[in-house]
Design a protein around this ligand. Structure first.
Ligand code: NAD
Length: 320
């Protein structure tokens, strides 16, 4: 039996739920760490039996002792816990504490526990608007020009990862998601495309506030990527964009229509303050594989998942 023990921070969130889904399917031992004990995404994504195998630890990333304790005996650490843009706007000091000090606590604990498989989530919010760059699809080393404090703090995380590697020889891999969608995606600036799928399944109209081109990434693919990256041995402070389907919001809506027949989904024109996407090739080369469900299939799967959840009375957000 494997002695690998995976710690997932932010485990009750969208990506965390899918990371746990895959890890349980792989038969891995999972410690799920989160401040929240709201398990609605786990009820949505996981069946009851595998859920019983998760070691849940409720705790706060901002408390170094708690973080230290939960990393004891951990071999693989997937750090996802964070406050997203709207929550950082609502409470900036708390945002800085969770997103910066929380990540610092994770790196400190990884160092003390000699964890050699450390992966963390950065964000496309480290970049500026699409107009800030000569090309719409960026490499990982493109200039950081964040337009939100959330983005500033993700930049700080990337820089911290570099310094822990330089000063302490603690390697890590950061992944840079763009617009994650799929079951469980129900909060944050880029959650509206998923809310639109849910609305379509409920035969409701829905308006996505923004338009433009976004790098859409399917939550189960993103989660599988975090796991596969955690299983590699980082050599440095590595950083990779996730690629995905770089298409317009209108194209995404068309995929919803194709999957559900819905015609009441609309979007605004103003783009989000992000580049269109990130090049995925370096990550695919690093992993030796491409983890990618085509957009049409992923949207149809999400709609089917929501239909099943409605039929089984699993928890779904009240309003889109
Ligand atoms: N979803 C996206 O499109 C996207 C895009 C770019 C980056 N990211 C990053 O990926 C990671 C995961 O995203 P997600 O969509 O699953 O987010 P999410 O908001 O669904 O989940 C984040 C989780 O972190 C937990 N958390 C917050 N404060 C905490 C604390 N003090 N201690 C412990 N846990 C705490 C929350 O309770 C929540 O369950 C985050 O770091 C996010 O910034 C996500």
């Amino acid at each position: 039996m494997s002695t690998d023990r995976y710690l997932v921070t932010g485990a009750m969130g969208c990506i965390g739920s899918w990371v746990i889904f895959h890890l349980l399917n792989d038969g891995a031992h999972v410690v799920a760490f989160d401040l929240s004990d709201d398990d609605r995404r786990h009820q949505l994504v996981l069946d009851a039996e595998p859920r019983d195998r998760v070691e849940y630890v409720q705790g706060d990333l901002t408390d170094p002792k708690q973080v230290d304790r939960v990393t004891e005996g951990i071999t693989h650490l997937i750090h996802l816990g964070a406050l997203q843009v709207p929550f950082c706007r609502q409470n900036r000091p708390e945002g800085a504490l969770v997103n910066v000090v929380g990540t610092l606590n994770v790196f400190e604990a990884a160092l003390r526990q000699s964890i050699r498989h450390l992966v963390y989530a950065s964000s496309v919010a480290v970049f500026g608007t699409n107009d800030d760059y000569p090309v719409p699809v960026l490499g990982t080393d493109a200039e950081r020009r964040p337009t939100t404090l959330y983005g500033v703090w993700k930049c700080a995380n990337e820089a911290m990862a570099r310094v822990y590697n330089l000063e302490d020889g603690l390697p890590s891999i950061g992944l840079v998601p763009h617009t994650v969608f799929g079951p469980g995606r129900d909060q944050g600036l880029t959650s509206q495309p998923t809310s639109a799928i849910l609305a379509a399944v409920r035969n409701e109209d829905y308006h996505i506030d923004y338009g433009g081109t976004l790098g859409f990434q399917y939550a189960p693919d993103v989660a599988r990527t975090f796991i596969e990256v955690a299983r590699t041995s980082p050599e440095d402070a590595e950083l990779f964009g996730l690629g995905g389907d770089i298409v317009t919001v209108e194209d995404f809506i068309q995929a919803i229509t194709n999957a559900t027949g819905a015609t009441g989904i609309t979007c605004g024109e103003a783009p989000l303050p992000f580049p269109h996407g990130m090049v995925g090739t370096p990550l695919h080369e690093r992993l030796g594989t491409t983890i990618h469900t085509p957009l049409e299939t992923a949207v149809a799967e999400t709609a089917a998942w929501f239909r099943r959840a409605l039929a089984d009375d699993r928890p779904l957000p009240q309003s889109a």
